[in-house]
Design a protein. Structure first.
Length: 297
């Protein structure tokens, strides 16, 4: 039977060795998350100067994913636009209205599908995945830790707190449609052509072209081109982005780059923790046996 000193020494060496090896992993993982397979990431260009606030995208999203279909009648829209709405477990995207220096602006909100997502890096069991086509998806092997919620700079993943079998709910960029060569449901349903779908390279070029051809109609910035390392949803606007609800304090560094050492060591700790507790238990039992025998003498 191994004594306490030897056990702790072996355990410490094991943690150090495995943790040290995981430090090399993020570089490989980062390459995979940015299209390392050679495929071009897909993207949606959202032109907020064209959005009319019809909320047809909300209906299409709900119908495509079996979610409750929202009422988009004139009366319902008037109520919906009275306050800023967030995505929820039953609504993966929402359209909000903002009063700006250039009048009312309608803005679609959903998961941004970051190029190097913090939620994917934080997920201990890889339930969150960055697909090689670009979408960030959630799978059912989730352990419910909700680190994805904490690590998202856009406050998107939502947890089903009151479900017996809770899920993380968020936009998946219509991954099932994308791999079949189709457009996302919201893009297909937009009557104002405020949404354009293609490869990320094409959408960035399209955004720059619109700005170049109409310099007085747009801010000279594409939101999502560089924010937190870039995203698959990118936006054009006629007013500064802070006026239409976007965070402008995020910088251009992807979140995983800030925390890779910690995030990739956490699973190792979780893996070794049961072994650690078992070892402590065995040592304790052994000492109790020894003391018990000594007491009988």
């Amino acid at each position: 039977m191994i004594d306490r000193r030897k056990f702790l020494k072996v355990l410490g060496a094991g943690i150090g060795g495995i943790a040290g090896s995981t430090v090399l992993t993020p570089k490989v993982k980062a390459a995979e998350e940015t299209g390392g397979s050679g495929k071009e990431l897909v993207s949606v260009l959202v032109d907020t100067t064209r959005c009319i606030g019809c909320r047809s995208c909300e209906v299409a999203c709900a119908e495509a994913h079996g979610l409750p279909v929202p009422d988009i009648s004139d009366e319902a829209n008037a109520l919906a636009f009275e306050k800023q709405r967030q995505t929820s477990i039953t609504q993966w995207e929402v359209v909000n209205r903002f009063k700006t220096e250039k009048g009312e602006v309608f803005v679609k909100k959903q998961c941004m599908h970051c190029n190097q997502p913090g939620c994917v890096a934080a997920c201990l069991v890889k339930a969150m995945q960055k697909r090689e086509e670009g979408p960030v998806t959630w799978d059912g092997n989730c352990m419910g830790c909700r680190y994805c919620m904490i690590s998202c700079p856009f406050d998107i993943p939502k947890f089903e707190y009151y479900s017996w079998n809770p899920k993380i709910q968020k936009c998946n960029l219509c991954y099932e449609r994308v791999i079949e060569g189709k457009q996302p449901a919201c893009v297909e349903a937009c009557p104002a052509e405020a949404l354009t779908f293609g490869t990320r390279r094409q959408m960035v070029e399209e955004g720059k072209t619109r700005i170049y051809q109409n310099p007085d109609s747009y801010c000279h910035h594409i939101y999502g081109e560089y924010e937190v390392g870039g995203s698959s949803y990118i936006y054009l606007s006629a007013v500064p982005f802070e006026q239409i609800g976007f965070r402008t304090d995020l910088g251009t560094t992807s979140y995983p780059k800030f925390t890779t050492g910690f995030l990739y060591s956490v699973p190792v700790v979780l893996l070794l923790w049961p072994a650690f507790l078992l070892g402590v238990s065995q040592i304790t039992k052994r000492e109790e046996e020894i003391h018990g025998k000594g007491g009988k003498k």
